[in-house]
Write a protein of this length. Structure first.
Length: 436
């Protein structure tokens, strides 16, 4: 059995790997040959892989099965291979349709990590917690810088971006120091209560909350937010679930979670009533267009119009969908230029911290800011499936493909054909063809 690991080169900040050297060592011990493409920006050096028995190669590993983290450019895809990576195609993302079409044209198989789930649809292999961890660190960094621009010196100003710390432990130690300072130094009265709102309760939200929990705060329920005593000092945390983000269109209806997921057209957004009370919004939800938005342009125009200055200063859009749940997230950013300000009066964005509107953190690959720990945890989840994926017979019909059910659910393309659950993507491929 032979597998390959491709180097990551989507941007200069991407240092993650699908399998760390210790995990590769266990595969080599089981007789699996592992080819690793050389990389100077990877969080783990070539020598670390050589030391555990992997073969480091200069070019694209010519293995039947190839693992990566981010999308592989269409021009690099070789025929008759099985690829595993985050494909970002399941929403019909236009920028990846060329890649999807090439996989089909070259009779390849694509297994998308994002679709590896258990029988209940829960994802099994993910970086989500680390998106939350890094995203919240960066959100607090952005808050500190924004307050400095406004003339406030606060403990948040001491927080750096996640990728400026050598590891997660160092980042958490810095956060704890900031927490001690917050406990000793009262924030300006006009900044408090400083309310942090988290949307969702999954892995991303859990990671983000884990960071805020290093700071002294009190937690309240969303119902307590409206009418909250504005003289309260310190930080306040609020976590919003689906029933706080939407309500039935029928005035006599009651919120039913399964109905909301199955028939979202029966619901309308209800989040706007909370936004005027928030200082920081941390968006952690998975969103598609059939669901109501959290933040609209019109809402922000009303909050910031006529020179008004609302409480909302920063939006950490960790789940970043362009013009999605947060409609004013007009573009994705990177770790080099992570934030911009949305200017409601002009309906445009300006890179940086300054401007009359909310600062938006919109980095689209936040886990790369904590590459060592995020890769270790990801690889631990992936490792139990390597033998099955590497040893499968990809010549048989799809119905006979012997893979664990969690993996088989994630097969988007098989030998050049969309699998039954993903045939809907043909419509997006056709649109691309028509535009061409």
């Amino acid at each position: 059995m032979e597998i390959g690991i491709r180097k990551e080169d989507k941007n200069i900040w991407e240092a993650r790997v699908p399998l760390v050297p210790e995990q590769v060592a266990s595969l080599v011990a089981d007789g699996i040959e592992v080819l690793v493409q050389t990389s100077e920006q990877r969080a783990f050096a070539d020598e670390q892989y050589r030391d555990v028995g992997a073969t480091v190669v200069s070019g694209f590993p010519a293995t039947p099965v190839l693992f990566a983290v981010k999308e592989i450019p269409a021009k690099l895809i070789a025929p008759d291979r099985t690829y595993l990576y985050f494909a970002h195609v399941i929403k019909g993302q236009a920028h990846n349709m060329e890649m999807l079409q090439r996989l089909i044209d070259l009779d390849c198989t694509l297994i998308d990590y994002e679709r590896i789930t258990d029988d209940e649809g829960r994802r099994l292999i993910f970086f989500g917690r680390y998106a939350g961890l890094a995203g919240m660190i960066d959100t607090l960094w952005a808050l500190g810088r924004r307050l400095m621009v406004e003339g406030y010196d606060s403990p948040f100003a001491r927080i750096r971006q996640a990728n400026d710390y050598p590891n997660l432990d160092a980042a958490k130690a810095a956060l704890q120091q900031a927490g001690e300072a917050l406990a000793a130094e009262a924030l300006a009265a006009e900044l408090t209560p400083m309310v942090f709102g988290f949307t969702g309760y999954g892995h991303v939200s859990q990671g983000a909350q884990e960071i805020l929990d290093l700071l002294p705060h009190r937690q309240i329920e969303p119902a307590e937010l409206i009418g909250l005593d504005q003289d309260l000092p310190g930080l306040v945390k609020v976590v919003f679930a689906e029933q706080h983000m939407a309500k039935p269109i029928d005035p006599d209806g009651t919120f039913e979670l399964q109905e909301y997921y199955q028939y979202p057209e029966l619901y309308r957004g209800d989040f706007a009533r909370y936004v005027p009370y928030l200082s920081v919004l941390v968006n952690c939800i998975y969103w598609t267009p059939q669901y109501p938005r959290l933040i609209t342009r019109d809402l922000l125009h009303g909050l910031y119009g006529a020179g008004k200055t609302p409480r909302l200063r920063v939006i950490g859009d960790i789940s970043i969908d362009i013009e999605g749940a947060v409609e004013c997230s007009l573009d994705a950013t990177n770790s080099g230029d992570p934030v911009y300000v949305y200017l409601p009066d002009e309906d445009r964005i300006e890179l940086g911290i300054e401007g009359h509107g909310p600062v938006i953190l919109a980095v689209d690959n936040l886990p790369c800011e904590l590459p060592i720990e995020s890769s270790q945890e990801f690889g631990e989840a992936l490792l139990p499936y390597i033998k099955a994926v590497g040893g499968a017979d990809y010549r048989v019909p799809y119905e006979d493909l012997d893979l664990p059910s969690a993996i088989k659910r994630a097969v988007i393309v098989y030998r050049g054909r969309l699998t039954p659950d993903y045939e809907y993507l043909q419509e997006f491929l056709n649109q691309r063809e028509g535009e061409a």
